[in-house]
Design a protein. Structure first.
Length: 451
């Protein structure tokens, strides 16, 4: 580590920014001088776990975070040169990993898949969908509540309702996206492309290249951080909220998934490179089987279910299909050859904690392989209404939490998710729902005030 510290000194780095994720997926950080890095690695940095949503009660709040120095990047948003690390969370003794540490949960899920010898490498490709607003204000009080959005694309008049891949001048933030992509690549993350998304009010997409599952959670948190801060530097508000605008396209976080063993893509059929293997079908079968429970993590906000209403290319029924954007599990139709074959899980959104989302998807797929939950051949168009193999997605967060309460053993039986973590998640989200439901909405005033 002394060589790494010397290298940082050569780059005139003065501070360390130690990043960590709370249970809900909100990014937190601790700053300290570079001179303290060796001590932080050896002893960790103590913090109050009760102040990081979902971690600890006040009576037992002490936790320790230690820097993971395997991945270092220079944070471009600080005035003083600052190196950025992610950290692992430990119990106060500094030796025992904290069970609710999101990074640790994902690491255990990956280890379990490898232990089963199903794959020695898992790749995921996330699609980052988000909005860029010139202004966004919102408030909730006893006597007043509401939100207001301003978009510079509102007055551009592109002439179409679907602005997917629309070109400048109607794509008002193309240059800003390029600036963001440059920063993402400076952080060591390869970007595949960026473009305008469907909504005509500045909905965007940035897609990275495939990521090793072990680093995917950190990368997703880093990319969201870069997008928010680069936009803020230009006076723009970036949001990953699943459904910020009524009647317009919502923002998801689609995940493309591949399993590899050596040089072989385990999702490709050896007899036909363009066909799915039995492993792929069973993995998808597990995701289909547990999709309703997964929603408690993949779509963990009340706002998430405004997006999952069907229409606007968001799924409402969980089935597998080729090239079909109505499907929750989609095999892209443009893929050719075994090296490219994968499926895209289109249900999740970016409000989810990426570590927990990815761990849940992996454990659901693993359960499908273990139990040989083959859902059959790819569905053409839509499944029949009475086909019990393909469930409907929850219509609300309440429904998703109920599904998780009824179906969590695939997450807990190997200790990847501790039962205490599941219970903490359920209680936290139930409290959140109750709070949100306690406020009348502006729409209710419009509809009912004069009755």
């Amino acid at each position: 580590m002394s060589d790494a510290i010397a290298s940082l000194k050569d780059k005139n780095v003065e501070f360390v920014d130690l990043k960590l994720s709370d249970l809900e997926g909100r990014l937190r950080h601790i700053n300290f001088p570079l001179s303290r890095l060796s001590t932080a690695i050896e002893q960790g940095v103590g913090f109050d776990g009760s102040s990081l949503g979902g971690f600890r009660d006040v009576a037992e709040s002490d936790l320790i975070v230690k820097p993971d120095t395997s991945k270092i990047w220079i944070d471009p948003f600080y005035e003083h040169p600052t190196a950025s690390f992610f950290g692992n969370i430990y119990e106060p003794n500094g030796q025992e990993t904290f069970a609710a540490c999101p990074r640790n949960i994902l690491r255990k899920a990956l280890a379990l898949v490898k232990k089963e010898k199903i794959a020695d490498k898992i790749l995921v490709l996330p699609e980052f969908e988000f909005y860029l607003f010139d202004e966004a204000s919102y408030h909730v009080d006893t006597l007043s509540s509401g939100f207001s959005i301003e978009s510079s694309e509102e007055d551009e008049g592109c002439g179409v309702r679907n602005a997917y891949h629309i070109a400048p001048p109607f794509d008002a933030f193309a240059d800003l996206r390029s600036d963001i992509v440059r920063l993402i690549e400076d952080a060591g993350v390869e970007v595949k492309y960026h473009h305008h998304e469907v909504c005509r009010f500045a909905q965007m997409e940035i897609e990275t290249a495939f990521l090793d599952l072990q680093e995917a959670g950190d990368v997703i948190q880093s990319v969201k951080y870069i997008i928010r801060n680069a936009a803020a530097a230009e006076g723009i508000k970036a949001t990953f909220m699943p459904k910020p605008l009524a009647g317009e396209a919502g923002s998801g976080m689609h995940y493309h998934v591949q399993l590899w063993k050596g040089e072989k893509n385990m999702f490709a059929d050896s007899k036909d490179d363009n066909a799915l293997s039995e492993t792929a079908r069973m993995f998808m079968g597990g995701v289909i089987k547990h999709s309703r429970a997964l929603c408690a993590f993949t779509n963990p906000t009340t706002n998430s279910y405004l997006r999952l209403q069907g229409g606007m290319e968001a799924p409402s029924r969980v089935f597998h299909s080729r090239a079909n954007r109505k499907a929750a599990l989609r095999v892209p139709g443009y893929l050719r050859g075994g090296a490219d074959l994968r499926f895209e899980y289109r249900v999740p959104d970016a409000a989810g904690n990426p570590y927990l989302t990815l761990a849940g998807i992996m454990l659901a797929g693993l359960d499908g392989i273990r139990r040989k939950l083959d859902p059959g051949e790819l569905v053409v168009d839509l499944p029949k209404d009475d086909d019990k193999r393909f469930p409907r997605l929850p219509r609300s967060l309440d429904e998703a939490l109920e599904a998780l309460s009824d179906d969590s053993s695939f997450l807990t039986e190997e200790g990847v998710f501790q039962k205490e973590v599941i219970n903490k998640w359920l209680k936290t989200k139930e409290k959140e729902i109750a709070e949100i439901k306690s406020y009348p909405t502006p729409a209710e005033y419009v509809k009912y005030f004069a009755l």
